[in-house]
Write a protein that binds this ligand. Structure first.
Ligand code: KG4
Ligand code: ZN
Length: 349
């Protein structure tokens, strides 16, 4: 049995987790900073890093205590070191290096997006655990990234397609702002969309050409803006819309994004000839998307596995889970490991 303590501070969640053998989640503590950033309508890096610094010690202590662990029970440390807000990443990275050095345990640096791709493989605190889903096509839909990966195994991940402009979650957040909804926008749009007609407005589905597995969601965001405010005008458009009309916009927007995500995922399946699809990232918490992709997979007799709801938005459990495999396959990272804004796998352009 190998117990890994992981730390995640890449954006606005301060998280620590203890996971055994890459699958048994013994604790996963997440301190959300959403209230601190709400009034700015987005994450402010300096506020995020200060809040990580203030909270991280308590979050780590709680992760150990919920897991019933002493530091001597921990075999290794895993930490997110890319991609993310560098001032925020540095807080977690410094804490992980310090514990690694003080406890004399190995450290492994993890790519946050690859960890989202791993997250569907996580189990609960007790068996049964899911059968490993690999090899699989992984759709990752988060606030900063929309990516398709071919995951042969947890230590062999290849990028197939990625965001060219706004990520799916970013589009949800921006459209929520246009519609006068709260932050973060994804759950707000989902709630409002439940009252609307997804076929009411035919928003553009940007495919970037027949063979592309890359994503673009900035056009649909602009289409929603024009729909609300009219061409060439700014402001004043929201007041003329009824709640039903707003709900129709939210539902039609959500439907267009979901259709693009499903079509691209199925194109990646066709290209790889793999039989399993997994999904993770904050937008993977969207129930309409989960149901629609599951149905599309089952119609084609593909196995489908979405990350458990608790591991869709940012969390350290997925970092610990992938850390276990990286440690076994590639060994530990050096103690001069750096933080990077970009991911390890980037779009080849
Ligand atoms: O993975 P995540 O926690 O952070 C990043 O790594 O970016 O994803 C956060 C994103 C936000 O854009 C948020 O609006 C979106 O996930 N999100 C949702 C839902 N819940 C969170 N989007 C659509 N529907 C949801 N239910
Ligand atoms: Zn994330």
């Amino acid at each position: 049995m190998t117990a890994i303590l992981a730390i995640e501070t890449s954006c606005d969640e301060t998280s620590a987790a203890v996971v055994e053998d890459g699958v048994r989640v013994r604790s996963n503590v997440v301190a959300s900073q959403v209230d601190l950033h709400r009034k700015y309508g987005g994450v402010v890096p300096e506020i995020a890093s200060r809040a990580h610094l203030e909270r991280l010690d308590a979050v780590i202590e709680e992760a150990l205590s919920v897991a019933g662990c002493e530091p001597t029970d921990i075999d290794a440390l895993a930490v997110t070191h890319r991609p993310g807000l560098v001032p925020a990443l540095i807080i977690g990275l410094t804490a992980a290096k310090t514990l690694s050095w003080a406890w004399g345990k190995p450290l492994v640096g993890i790519d946050h997006i690859q960890a989202h791709a791993y997250s569907p493989a996580l189990g609960g605190s007790e068996p049964p655990y899911p059968d490993p889903p690999w090899p699989a096509v992984a759709l990752i839909v988060s606030g900063g990234h929309t990516s398709l990966f071919r995951v042969e195994s947890p230590s062999q991940i290849e990028l197939m397609g990625a965001t060219t402009d706004d990520a799916a979650g970013e589009a949800f957040d921006k459209v929520a702002t246009i519609l006068g909804l709260g932050y973060p926008g994804g759950p707000e749009i989902e709630r409002l969309a439940g009252e609307g007609n997804p076929k009411a407005i035919d928003f553009p589905r940007s495919m970037l050409g027949p063979d592309s597995l890359d994503f673009s969601f900035s056009g649909i965001k602009t289409a929603v803006l024009y729909h609300v405010h009219g061409h060439g005008k700014t402001g004043g458009g929201l007041e003329r819309l009824s709640r039903k009309q707003l709900a129709d916009i939210a539902a039609s927007f959500q439907q267009a994004v979901i259709e693009v995500l499903i079509r691209k995922t199925l194109a990646a399946v066709k290209r790889t000839k793999l039989a399993t699809v997994v999904m993770g990232g904050g937008v993977a918490a969207n129930r309409t998307l989960r149901t629609a992709l599951e149905r599309a997979c089952h119609e084609r007799t593909l196995r489908f596995l979405a990350a458990p709801m608790a591991y869709c938005t940012d969390n350290a459990a997925m970092i610990a889970g992938l850390g276990y495999h990286h440690l076994r396959h590639d060994g530990p990272s050096p103690l001069d490991l750096d933080a990077y804004a970009g991911g390890a796998l980037v779009l080849r352009k």
